[in-house]
Each structure stands twice: as C-alpha cells, then as structure tokens.
Design a protein around this ligand. Structure first.
Ligand code: SAH
Ligand code: SF4
Length: 384
C-alpha cells in the first residue's frame, strides 16, 4: 500500500458545551477571562500565561499549567476545554507528505497538508475557506461552491493539529520541521482577509508558536484591493497565482482576471511593502499543455515581471478526476524554465508532492468529500 492511514477517529464524544481556548487570540482569551469574572487588574497577566501554555507548550490539560493555582485551574476546566478538533482522516504519502482532514464543526471539514522537506525544514499548507467562490478552470477546489470562510481559530487550529502530530511542542524545540506556513490550501485567503490577518497574528506571536511573518506566505489569485492590506496588516511574504502573463490567456483560465486585470495586479505587486532581493514575490505558474507554455508565453512573463523582485515557481499541472487539461511535457517545462533563467529570473520547477493521496496543489477537498473516512477505513482493513 502506498499510503498509511493513521486515523482513528474516536467514538463521538458527548456534546461538550465548554468553550475551546486553542485557536483564540490573546484578546479573545482575555475577553473570556473577563466574562468569567477574573479581576480586571489580572486579566492581562492571566491571558498571557494561558496563551503561553497553549501556544508555546501545547498543553492539553489545565493541570499542566503549573504557574496557575489549582482552584483557578479547576474553574477554568469547567468553562473551557483545551481539546483539538477531530481529525477525521490522516494520510501519509509515500514521499512523507501528511494530509489531515479536520472536522472543525458539523459539515465544516478542512484539509491541511504538511510537506516535510521544503528548504531544509517543512511547510504546512493551510486552508482559508471551505470551497472557493472563484472558478479557476485548472483547480479542483474551484469546482466546489464556497461553504464558508474559516474563522481565525479554525486557521490557527490547523497549525496546532500538525504540531501535535509532529510532536513539536514546546515551540522552542530545536530543528523543528514545521517552520513555514503557506496559505495554499483550499480557498482564496484574500476573500477572507480579516480572519487571515487575525490568524497570522496568533501564529506568529513570539510568546506562542512563533512562526515568523517572513516564514508565512499568503497566496492569492489576484484580489488586488486586498494585496495592499495583507502587506500593511500582516506583512507576510506574498505569492501570486499568475499562470499567464497576457490578459487573454489569463482571463480564460482565471475568471478573476476580468475583474482585476494584469496591469492592476502587477502594480499592486510593485507597491507591496518591503520588497527587495531578499524579500521577493513568488509567482506561481502552473504548466498547462498547449495553453500557457509556449516561448511567447515565456516572453510575456519575462516582460511582465520586469522591475519586480520576483521568483517564479513552475508547477507541473496536477490532474484531478474530470479535469480537461494535461500537464506540459517535461521538455517543454525545462525549456520554459531555461528561458526565464536566461532572463535572470529564478524559476525552479516544483516537485509534485503527495499526489498519491490527492494532497498536491489544486487537488484538495473533493477526494475527501467523495470518499468518506469510513470507506477509507474499510478499504484499509480489506487491504490489510
Ligand atoms: N486561492 C489561492 C490559494 C490556493 S491555490 C490561490 O489561487 O493562489 C494554491 C496554488 O495551487 C495556486 O497557485 C493554484 O493556482 C495552484 N493550483 C490549483 N490547481 C492546480 C492544479 N491542478 N495543479 C497545480 N497547481 C494548481
Ligand atoms: Fe480558488 Fe485558488 Fe483554486 Fe482559483 S486556484 S479556484 S482561487 S483555490
């Protein structure tokens, strides 16, 4: 068997009406403490302590919070829980990629993918929405309607679930693998900017999980007005799903290009704060046979990116059931890459990861919608 399924959704727990603290921001934790009647003078200090226990130490029991008096810990445990959401499905690809299907709420199932060896460490690809309102023609997620935006807590919890799984608490652990976050899972982060900004605040807090903003990349299909916002409010790295550098081709494969055409998009990129050779924008370019992979397309791309500190990620198209595209031939991709390189653009060809478990770019969600966890468990048992 090429994949390992470690699932094991426990029997459903009885409904728990306690409020889940993991996922909440400092501000929200403080508000909960105020609501329970904690002395206003102590709220800030208490919220800071609890924040560190949750996000730095990863505790799952209030009794582990040893600098908090026992009676107060007991009171906390009656109102709050430190439980994580249920992992409905957990698969490991033969290349080490780990995919989690997490149930945040009834009907709200979210996929995250951990890729173990990106730039000497690993990266977690998180989702920002369930489904997507956009309909990029090459993307599997684009065939699914938007269910809803994820809350900040639901974004933060994806990181916690992965850190639990990798055993990387406390956050100061040496050589930890989960050091990069990319918003390249399901959904368009810049149609959920407020919640993405709030989640990044919590994820990057140096008293907590401490994943620096320079190690967080927000990927957008090109929601121009929010590019400046993400720069100003989150100050993360930026990736643009470009995929074509002429309006005609881009509009055909990415309908959002009609609303925000290339010229506006590229201007927003030029205006992104803090760009330099060390802080470049990543332009994602999925290689679609006969669609965007000719020498002319390469020339358009080179011209478009002039003057922008940029690197290009060439992504071999990942097919999905029902997709009408084919991936460009390897020769064509290499020639395309060589042209960009000659023009001074870094243009690595991205290795496809986790394909055997449908965890690769653009493959998320549908597979798990179709194959319920129970079916997979049954199949695993049969293969046994
Ligand atoms: N909505 C955001 C982030 C999620 S998509 C965005 O579009 O940027 C993450 C990346 O996967 C994007 O660059 C997207 O264009 C790419 N992608 C989508 N479908 C793909 C497929 N079938 N093969 C390869 N890459 C794909
Ligand atoms: Fe949505 Fe991004 Fe897929 Fe386009 S590529 S449909 S924006 S998830």
């Amino acid at each position: 068997m090429s994949t390992t399924l470690i699932d094991s959704a426990p029997a459903p727990a009885p409904a728990d009406s306690r409020i889940r603290l993991p996922g909440l921001s400092r501000r929200e934790i403080a508000a909960e403490l105020t609501a329970m009647g904690v002395d206003p003078k102590k709220v800030r200090m208490r919220a800071g302590q609890i924040f560190r226990w949750i996000y730095n130490q990863g505790v799952t029991e209030f009794d582990q919070m040893t600098n908090i008096a026992k009676p107060f810990r007991e009171e906390l445990a009656t109102r709050f829980t430190l439980a994580r959401p249920e992992i409905v499905e957990h698969q490991i690809s033969k290349d080490g990629t780990r995919k989690y299907l997490i149930r945040m709420a009834p009907g709200i199932e979210v996929e995250s993918v951990f890729i173990p060896d990106v730039s000497r460490s690993g990266a977690l690809c998180v989702s920002s929405q369930v489904g997507c309102t956009l309909t990029c023609t090459f993307c599997h997620t684009g065939t699914q309607r938007l269910v809803r935006n994820l809350t900040p807590a639901e974004i933060v919890l994806q990181v916690m679930v992965c850190r639990d799984d990798l055993g990387e608490w406390p956050s100061s652990i040496e050589d930890r693998k989960l050091v990069n976050i990319v918003f390249m899972g399901m959904g368009e982060p810049l149609y959920n900017t407020d919640n993405v900004v709030d989640a990044i605040e919590t994820i990057s807090d140096d008293q907590g999980m401490s994943i620096g903003r320079r190690r967080i990349t927000v990927s957008t299909s090109g929601v121009v007005p929010d590019i400046a916002r993400i720069g100003a409010e989150a100050n993360t790295m930026l990736a643009i799903s470009l995929h074509a550098a002429d309006d005609e081709t881009r509009t055909k494969i990415m309908p959002i290009n009609k609303k925000y055409p290339l010229e506006e998009l590229l201007q927003a990129c030029r205006d992104y704060p803090g760009l330099s050779n060390a802080k470049r924008i990543t332009f994602e370019y999925v290689m679609l046979k006969g669609v965007n992979d000719s020498p002319k397309h390469a020339r358009n791309l080179i011209t478009a990116l002039q003057g922008i500190p940029a690197k290009v990620n060439l992504i071999p198209f990942n097919p999905w059931p029902g997709s009408t595209y084919e991936c460009s031939d390897m020769d064509t991709i290499q020639t395309f890459a060589a042209r960009l390189k000659k023009a001074g653009l870094a243009a690595p060809i991205r290795k496809t990861r986790g394909e055997d478990i449908m965890a690769a770019c653009g493959q998320l969600k549908s597979e798990s919608e179709k194959r319920r966890a129970s079916d997979i468990r049954r199949a695993a048992r049969a293969e046994g």
